[in-house]
Design a protein around this ligand. Structure first.
Ligand code: CP3
Length: 350
């Protein structure tokens, strides 16, 4: 185990200058990597997550290959609700699917509190394995109450989130109870990951951007604030991420994150104008750009760096996850370029 306090990633989380711009990629593990496809095997991803040796190796693969500045635990946002028996699986090529969606107050009984030591011991074993092995920080994560609720209510991925919106508007008391339970589950999961050695946490509210700001503030923000407030005593950076959130960024930041994820639709200059100088920004190359030829990718990486204008409070990332079709060699080049181009104004980081 190494002392990572002065690592490039944690310095940037704190807004401190370092020797390079840190970079990692959301969904850096997974199907874009041939070494992942080689060991992943058949069966549900939940089965892979439940095998600590396999999950450890899958987490390490992109760290080895890319030389990224952080690892992210190989798990999923629905792992805790799966573990407490809600009845949700992850279908390859589709995403999380619940055979019996969440529809009424009776379904609250399917969402008992999470006891991480008993319900997801394999996740904690993976975290401990990783912390012993890694020389970069490990990011733990959870799904935000809204995004997990959207899968439970819709029964699967959705473009419109129509049922979810109907419930939050028509049945505010039921919605509040649902989000409150999911907030408690996220809190228990994140706390246990940090207690077992994770150096930072990220709350994925991937689909929050489907909401207008007024609805977000009324129906989602209180639950996400509860999550961040409950973890504020832990001495780790707290990252908050969603897609299509340009209009929501100040509200999302007010939930209590110290780092804000920014998708590619919002230039970092605009994000900073909206958020001020107290948070670190994480992002925001369009993942689809990585499907283009290298000169295009290079130009766009440089543009993101230019829009950050040398601010030390920046972690380079994609604006959303790595797509399976992206060539890993392009991502290797992105890491090299970010490390080479990033400011070199000193700072004794690892
Ligand atoms: O490298 C990493 O980022 C680590 C692991 C990770 C996974 N899921 C593994 C995974 C993380 C951080 C997640 C988070 C997650 N899961 C989110 C938030 C991030 C985002 O993309 O917005 C969401 C919305 C989910 C739900 C989910 N799980 C989806 C939409 C899918 C894709 C379905 C598919 O097959 O296209 C999954 C499955 C999943 N989770 C895979 C991986 C590597 C791929 C499937 C597999 O290997 O079987």
């Amino acid at each position: 185990m190494s002392d990572l306090t002065s690592s490039a990633f944690l310095r940037a989380c704190r807004g401190e200058p370092g020797s390079r711009v840190p970079v990692w990629f959301m969904r850096q593990a997974g199907r874009s990597l041939p070494e992942y496809r080689a060991i992943r095997g058949e069966g549900s991803i939940n089965e892979a997550i439940a095998k600590p040796d396999l999950a450890t190796e899958i987490t390490l693969q992109p760290v080895r290959r890319y030389g990224v500045d952080a690892a992210i635990l190989f798990s999923d946002i629905v792992t805790p609700v799966h573990a407490i028996g809600f009845g949700i699986d992850i279908k390859p090529g589709v995403g999380p699917v619940a055979e019996k969606p969440f529809a009424s107050a009776a379904d609250l009984d399917r969402l008992r509190p999470l006891d991480p030591d008993v319900d997801t011991p394999y996740v904690l074993e993976t975290v401990r394995n990783l912390v012993a092995e890694l020389d970069v920080p490990l990011i733990g994560f959870a799904g935000a109450p809204f995004t997990v609720a959207s899968y439970l209510v819709e029964g699967g991925p959705s473009k419109t989130h129509a049922r979810t919106k109907q419930m939050l508007h028509d049945e505010p008391a039921l919605w509040h109870n649902l989000l409150d339970r999911l907030a408690d589950i996220a809190i228990a999961s994140l706390r246990s990951q940090v207690e077992n050695g994770a150096s930072a946490i990220q709350l994925f509210d991937s689909w929050a951007g489907t909401l207008d700001p007024t609805t977000y503030e009324r129906s989602v923000l209180p639950a996400s604030t509860k999550v961040f407030e409950a973890l504020a005593d832990l001495d780790v950076p707290r990252i908050h991420f969603g897609v299509n959130t340009g209009e929501l960024l100040p509200l999302m930041a007010s939930a209590g994150a110290t780092v804000m994820g920014v998708d590619w639709r919002t230039p970092l200059t605009s994000a900073r104008a909206r958020l001020g100088d107290t948070v670190t920004l994480q992002g925001n190359l369009d993942p689809a750009v990585c499907l283009a030829s290298w000169p295009v990718v290079e130009r766009e990486v440089r543009r993101v760096l230019a829009e950050n204008a040398g601010n030390p409070a920046h972690i380079f990332n994609l604006g959303h996850g790595v797509m399976p079709a992206i060539d890993p060699e392009i991502l290797e080049q992105v890491v090299e370029l970010v490390h080479a181009e990033g400011r070199a104004d000193g700072g004794p980081d690892a």
